[in-house]
Design a protein around this ligand. Structure first.
Ligand SMILES: [Zn+2]
Length: 455
C-alpha cells in the first residue's frame, strides 16, 4: 500500500483493524503523528521502529465526542480540560467539540480565540469549539469566520447553566437566515422554553424527580423540532438537533431529512441507557435536559442508531458537583458526566439489545456514529477514520472484557457517574492521539496534554 513520504516511528499490528472498508488483520504504520499505511504494508526496512501488537482487540480510529461541556472558563469547580481530557481518552475519545455556555459565554470570535488560549497546554485531546449565538445579536452569524467556528449553538430552552436563551420567533428566524448566509451549521437544544415557563407558572415548584420530568414534557421538544424544521425549510440552513429524546421528534427529523432538508440529529449515551423508571432510583443523577423519557422513546432512539438515522452520538458531558446535584429538585442543575462512559455504554447496550448482530457490524456502526459521522458533519479533517493520511488517533478496544464501573475510576473532576455499578461489556485498553500514547488502562498512565485545535 502506498505510504506517505515520511519516516515511520510506530507500527501497530492487530487482527481486527476497523477500517472504512471493513474489519481486517494487518498493520497501521505511523509517522509524524499521521497514518502512513494501513493493511498489508511491508514493515519499513529501517530498524528500530517499535511494534505494538493489539492482538484480538479491535483497533478503532480515535473517537469524536461532538458535544461536551468542559466548563472553561468560569465553571472550573465542576470540570476543567485536564480532567475532561483524561475522562475522554479513558473512554477512547481523542477529539471533542466544546460547548459555549461558560462564564462568560463564548459568543464572539475573540471569545473563541481566548478560550483556545486557555485550553492550550491543558488538553490531552484535540478539540474544536461550537460558538454560541448571542440572543441579543443573532445577525452576527452572517459574518462568522469559518476558521474560528463552523457551527453555532442555540438554546431554545434554558436552565441553570444555560441562561442565554433564544426563543423569540423573529430572533430565531434572523439566526437561521444569518447562519445560512455564512454556511454555519446550527446545533440546537430544541425545546420550547416558553411552554416550560407556562407550565412552571401554572404548577409551581416540582416536588420530586418524577415530577420534574413531567414539567419538561415531550410536547416542548416536539413543537420546537417542528419549528426548527420549518425554519430549515424556509432558509435552507443546516441544522443538527442535539440530544433528541422522544420517538415523535425522531420521526419528524427522519421525515424532514427524507424530504431533502439539511436537518440531522444527535442521540446521547444517557437517553439510550436510562428511562424514566431509572429516575426513581437515580434521582438527581439523571435529572437531565431534555428529560429522560419512557421505554417507547428509548426503543425508538435505539432504532435510530441501528438503522443509521442518527448523524452523531454525543455524551453531552455536563458535570456538576455532588453538592450542586443534591440541592432541592428545582435547584438541582440538569446534566451528567459522560465522555468517559459514552462509547462503552453504547457498545454494551448494542450488544445486549441486538445479540444476534455480528460484532464486526456493530463495531463499524459505533465507529460511524462516533467517528466518520461527526468528522464529516463538522468537517474535522483527518479525524474519525483509520485511513492513510489521517491523524494517528487509535483506540485498542477489548469488545468482550467485562468490568464494573465504580466512582474510583471516574476521571471527570465531578467525581461521580450515573453508570456507577453498571457491568460494562467492552473496555478501552489503550488510546493513542496523533501517534502518542495518551492512555494505558494497564498502567493507568496518561500522556502529555498537548491537544490541538482542529481548524
Ligand atoms: Zn449540552
Amino acid at each position: 500500500m502506498a505510504g506517505l513520504n515520511e519516516k515511520a516511528d510506530l507500527i501497530v499490528t492487530g487482527r481486527r483493524l476497523v477500517t472504512p472498508e471493513g474489519v481486517r488483520a494487518g498493520r497501521v504504520v505511523i509517522g509524524g503523528g499521521r497514518i502512513l499505511a494501513v493493511g498489508d504494508a511491508p514493515v519499513p526496512a529501517d530498524a528500530g521502529v517499535p511494534v505494538v501488537d493489539a492482538g484480538d482487540d479491535y483497533v478503532l480510529p480515535g473517537l469524536i465526542d461532538s458535544h461536551v461541556h468542559f466548563r472553561t472558563p468560569g465553571l472550573t469547580h465542576k470540570e476543567d480540560w485536564a480532567h475532561g481530557g483524561r475522562a475522554a481518552v479513558a473512554g477512547g475519545v481523542t477529539t471533542v467539540m466544546d460547548m459555549p455556555n461558560t462564564v462568560p459565554p463564548t459568543f464572539t470570535e475573540q471569545d473563541v480565540l481566548d478560550k483556545a488560549a486557555m485550553v492550550d497546554g491543558q488538553s490531552l485531546v484535540d478539540f474544536r469549539f461550537h460558538i454560541g449565538v448571542d440572543p441579543q445579536r443573532p445577525q452576527e452569524l452572517k459574518h462568522l469566520d469559518p476558521a474560528i467556528a463552523t457551527s453555532a449553538k442555540i438554546f431554545m430552552a434554558g436552565h441553570h447553566t444555560a441562561p442565554a436563551v433564544l426563543n423569540d420567533p423573529d430572533a430565531l428566524a434572523t439566526a437561521f437566515e444569518a447562519a445560512a448566509a455564512s454556511g454555519t451549521r446550527l446545533v440546537l437544544h430544541a425545546e420550547d422554553g416558553r411552554l416550560f415557563d407556562l407550565l412552571d407558572g401554572w404548577w409551581g415548584e416540582p416536588d420530586g424527580y418524577r415530577d420534574y420530568e413531567a414539567r419538561r414534557p415531550r410536547s416542548g421538544g416536539i413543537t420546537a423540532v417542528a419549528a426548527v424544521i420549518e425554519l430549515v425549510r424556509r432558509y435552507g440552513t443546516a441544522a443538527h438537533i442535539l440530544h433528541l429524546s422522544s420517538a415523535e421528534e425522531a420521526d419528524l427529523v427522519c421525515a424532514a431529512a427524507a424530504a431533502g432538508l439539511p436537518v440531522t440529529f444527535e442521540v446521547t449515551g444517557h437517553h439510550l441507557s436510562f428511562t424514566d423508571h431509572d429516575t426513581c432510583r437515580t434521582g438527581a443523577r439523571t435529572r437531565l435536559s431534555p428529560a429522560i423519557r419512557g421505554r417507547r422513546d428509548q426503543d425508538r432512539l435505539w432504532e435510530a442508531v441501528r438503522h443509521d438515522q442518527v448523524a452523531t452520538l454525543g455524551s453531552d458531558h455536563a458535570p456538576h458537583t455532588v453538592a450542586e446535584k443534591t440541592r432541592s429538585v428545582a435547584q438541582s442543575p440538569p446534566g451528567l458526566p459522560g465522555v468517559q462512559e459514552l462509547a462503552v455504554a453504547v457498545w454494551t447496550g448494542m450488544r445486549r439489545r441486538f445479540p444476534g448482530e455480528p460484532a464486526d457490524d456493530a463495531v463499524r456502526r459505533l465507529v460511524r456514529h462516533l467517528g466518520s459521522g461527526p468528522a464529516d458533519l463538522f468537517g474535522l479533517t483527518g479525524k474519525g477514520r483509520l485511513a492513510v493520511g489521517a491523524d494517528a488517533d487509535l483506540v485498542f478496544f477489548a469488545p468482550e472484557q467485562t468490568w464494573m464501573l465504580s466512582a474510583a475510576q471516574v476521571r471527570s473532576k465531578c467525581g461521580w457517574s450515573a453508570y456507577e455499578g453498571w457491568t460494562m461489556g467492552g473496555r478501552v485498553r489503550r488510546t493513542y492521539r496523533r501517534g502518542a500514547l495518551v492512555w494505558d488502562a494497564e498502567t493507568e498512565v496518561f500522556g502529555a496534554p498537548d491537544g490541538r485545535w482542529v481548524r
